[in-house]
Design a protein around this ligand. Structure first.
Ligand code: SF4
Ligand code: SF4
Length: 434
């Protein structure tokens, strides 16, 4: 009998034994909230990992429970015993990817996803046809017939998630600080962010420059590896990480700034990702120490640019990989509350994932839509003018769910809001975003 895990970085039995089965994590786990099944809870998955470590084989059912985990890390926040579920599931997923043979359809879908999403240039090639599709009215027609959802549910999910695209020039490789220079900052442009939300990157660059940062944006940068590492593709993630370190480490940057939550959380773990690589271990740890979410860096530096009023109410949505994985909760709120006239409203069930979770919503469209609808209802109940979050995946997921609910709320990244305030733009610039 082939046991679940081999000797190449199996999940740690010590970490498994940290779980005291108290169940405090259950109500924050989105899959437990959806289905109420023990094996689709953090505690159940830890139990399954323990079974694997005691010699059980990697059954289809076991893999199904691991696959259904969103990796949202709400359980890590909730756990009073400090169980490091993040490390357990990451090591488990790497074993699953190497040792479990998936069905043909599943393999083809995953191959297509990983041949596309971590490659910004390939994603950018989609922009032209997608814009033409959206502008021609074909999107509305296809949506009305429901044909696509019946024939190709995965394509239909991708189509429903795609944001409305606008042309935005790519940022230059170097942008000078305005006024006195306070820091030199390398910036990740990201894959989905650069292809579908280039205006978030433009806003980020303007904010950083206004706050006294010289911004370095090498156009040759690629993926940070977040999507790969979160899906057990560790070797691929290591390749991306080495390339990003090579691109940035000799630029003389003081910080490396990220405006996408999922990317930030894995960049901060480069030290662990490359710990066994003698050429890169120290460099990766040094690189990781410079990584900051945009909101973290702005709070750390303190504001110098004037904030102009934005009279509006904002519902702030915590992206899981910012709040749970990086513990960044106060900084975005502090930045928003620092804008005169802007009121920040709380979203109920804030700790529960919106169902985006990297490519989880593409791989699991049904339950992802259920979670998205639940989040959209909570967001719309705030009656705020604008939903703000700091992750492209969440923006797409919640926007699609709000459209499904027939609701209306404008959507923006934290960077859009700060940029509008610093540039003294009228509130309508934000309130017409969807
Ligand atoms: S990471 Fe999220 S989905 Fe996975 S077990 Fe923890 S709470 Fe549940
Ligand atoms: S809260 Fe922590 S210790 Fe309690 S069941 Fe969940 S993972 Fe285990």
């Amino acid at each position: 009998m082939v046991t679940a895990f081999d000797g190449d970085r199996p999940p740690s039995a010590d970490l498994v034994s940290d779980c005291v089965h108290c169940g405090f994590c259950l109500t924050t786990c989105p899959t437990y909230v959806l289905w109420g099944a023990e094996m689709d809870s953090p505690r159940g998955r830890i139990h399954l990992i323990g079974q694997g470590l005691s010699g059980e084989p990697l059954s289809d059912s076991m893999v199904g429970h691991f696959d259904r985990c969103l990796g949202c890390m709400a359980c890590v926040t909730a756990c009073p015993s400090g169980v490091q579920y993040d490390r357990l599931i990451e090591d488990t997923r790497a074993q699953v990817e190497r040792r479990h043979v998936r069905g043909v359809r599943e393999r083809a879908l995953r191959a297509a996803i990983f041949a596309l999403f971590p490659y910004p240039r390939r994603l950018r090639l989609l922009r032209g046809p997608l814009r033409a599709y959206q502008k021609s009215g074909l999107q509305k027609l296809v949506g009305r017939t429901g044909l696509l959802r019946r024939l190709a549910p995965t394509i239909a999910t991708l189509e429903s998630l795609a944001p409305r695209l606008h042309g935005v020039p790519r940022p230059p490789a170097r942008v000078q600080a305005r006024g006195e220079q306070r820091a030199v900052v390398g910036m990740l442009t990201g894959c989905v962010q650069s292809a579908f939300f280039p205006d978030v990157n433009s806003a980020t660059v303007r904010i950083l420059a206004a706050e006294g940062c010289e911004v370095l944006i090498p156009p040759t940068q690629g993926c940070c590896g977040a999507l790969s590492v979160h899906n057990g593709r560790r070797a691929e993630a290591q390749r991306f990480a080495r390339r990003l370190i090579d691109t940035f480490e000799r630029t003389g940057m003081d910080y490396f700034v990220v405006n996408a939550a999922g990317c930030g959380s894995s960049l901060k773990e480069y030290g662990e990702l490359l710990a066994n690589d003698p050429r890169y271990a120290g460099r990766a740890a040094g690189f990781a120490a410079k990584v900051r979410d945009l909101s973290e860096l702005l709070v750390e530096l303190g504001p110098v640019a004037r904030r102009y009023p934005l009279p509006m109410s904002v519902a702030y949505h915590d992206a899981c990989h910012l709040a749970h994985a990086q513990g960044v909760r106060t900084q975005p709120r502090a930045l928003l509350q620092g804008i005169p006239g802007l009121e920040v409203r709380r979203i109920a069930e804030a700790e529960i994932c919106c169902g985006s979770a990297g490519v989880w919503n593409v791989l699991n469209p049904g339950p992802a839509a259920d979670l998205g609808d639940r989040k959209a209802k909570a967001v719309l109940a705030t009656d705020a003018n604008l939903l703000v979050t700091a992750n492209p995946g969440c923006l797409m997921q919640v926007a699609a769910a709000v459209r499904r609910q027939g609701g209306t709320i404008a959507l923006a990244h934290t960077a859009h809001v700060l940029d509008a305030s610093i540039r003294n733009l009228p509130p309508d610039t934000l309130l017409t975003r969807s």
